[in-house]
Design a protein around this ligand. Sequence first.
Ligand code: HEC
Ligand code: HEC
Length: 495
Amino acid sequence: MRAVLVVPAVLLACSADPPAGDGGGTTGAASTTDAPTGGDATGETGGGTSGGGPVAPEGMIPIPADGQRAGDPAAGYQALVNNGYVTCGIPWTAYSKVFGEAPAADRLPGRAGKNATLPYNYTAYTTPGGIELVSANCLQCHAGHVNGELVIGLGDTTADYTAAVGGTAALAAAFLTDPAEKAELQRFVDRLAAIEPYTQTRTIGVNPADNVAAVLFAHRDPKTFAWNDPPLLELPEVNPFPVDTPPWWWMKKKHAMFYVAAGRGDHARTMMATATLCTDSVEEARAIDAYFPDIRAYIESLEPPRYPFAIDAGLAETGREVFESTCAGCHGTYGPDGVYPNLLAPIELIGTDPMLALGAAQFSGRFLEWFNGSFYGEVAHLAPETGYMAPPLDGVWASAPYFHNGSVPTVAAVLDSGSRPQFWTRTYVSTDIDRAGLGWKFTALDHGQADEPALAERKKIYDTTLPGHGNGGHPFGDALSDAERGAVIEYLKTL
Ligand code: HEC
Ligand code: HEC
């Protein structure tokens, strides 16, 4: 394990200087003209702009590779779906009285014991004190349906975080008599109560995870992970800005985690930060960390699902040419010789909603400082840029809606900024795929959330006038003709 230099948080929040990618963890003076440096210790392809890839547009910031601990993907899958890395939850006694066995479509292969009958997004875990709990796992947010299929690694874009999360868990107490079980449930209910005001999004489908992380950091001592009921740091804004959960298959190509390229150094360590909800000691965290390199290796082994409908090969070939001359400089090339350049667009260049890029929630000063000075900071660090990564476009047909905030329902609208709906809604039904526009079928509305009296309808309205919800920017498809845009869309179906 290597030491990482802790950079003052204020510098991180606005610096365009990513650490050098030599795995040494020192701050490098990488300027925007430096090519990505450093080898990926796991030996995957996809890094570097060398090798005849398209030329990067001026002003893009290269994100260097950092060395990763080696892991075993098969062991990683087993750990992901069987291990108890979220160590608080609802006692099995109560869970099993309310919920029956999961239907076959919601079960996953390769699960052991009680996990075999639980839905994919829950895991059974026995505490050191011998109490069986059921807790949410990573697939709560990182598995979703498209075209009727459950896809591991696809962000769940139907989850409803608009309501309070704690209420239902507290109800489980009615099913418990054992004081030790009651105490375990109370631990979980207390945690939920702390994060609750900070998890409530304005729209169904977007995710509050970045804000939740900030709240958890605020309640924990960075050195011991001991929980403090009064927060040790000033809490973040109550209303989380919307984030569209990214598909996991991007990570085999990306040098840094998160839209703002904040996750540097050892990715396995940063991925396990989800355990911050319940892990009350560094010792416990270290035991979880021991198998997270395997989970990282599994995540990096994932391929996107293939486009399930017919593709016009001739049109797609025309689209490839347009794509390679107009888009590939940022998004890379695809196929066997494909090169992904790992570039981040500064906010002035990309122009999409600035809120996340300007350092919101866990990506703002005090929280960066907390993370980098904590157990996580031993080998990983958060170093966000003021902009967004140009993501890989593999499997883009499946990962609508688009942009970091999920503000645009189709690729067609991404490529024609004037056609983006200001207010829109969708059915949240995974077979309602817009094959022509690529993405979700949607209905444009004539009013936003403020003018919708029915609560049930209001939270289904993606209202781009709300803070963090803006749908502007990324004008790079605007100059194309309709025919060229159609061809590019056909090509994107092949990725
Ligand atoms: C409550 C929802 C939620 C849970 C649970 C969750 N994640 Fe995430 N995850 C997110 C969101 C949202 C993002 C995007 C954050 C951003 O980029 O600002 C993300 C980002 C990531 C990324 C980076 C992807 C990229 O392309 O940059 C990885 C890897 C990841 N999560 C792994 C995990 C693992 C492993 C677990 C379980 C230990 C987990 N997540 C649990 C919501 C969640
Ligand atoms: C100057 C760099 C740049 C160019 C050129 C560019 N893009 Fe992008 N693209 C980005 C960035 C950065 C984002 C992420 C924006 C965000 O999340 O706010 C993005 C996002 C996207 C997305 C949404 C991905 C998702 O899953 O959310 C699609 C689709 C896309 N671009 C397609 C294209 C196509 C097609 C072209 C060519 C017509 C193109 N882009 C040209 C930088 C670029």
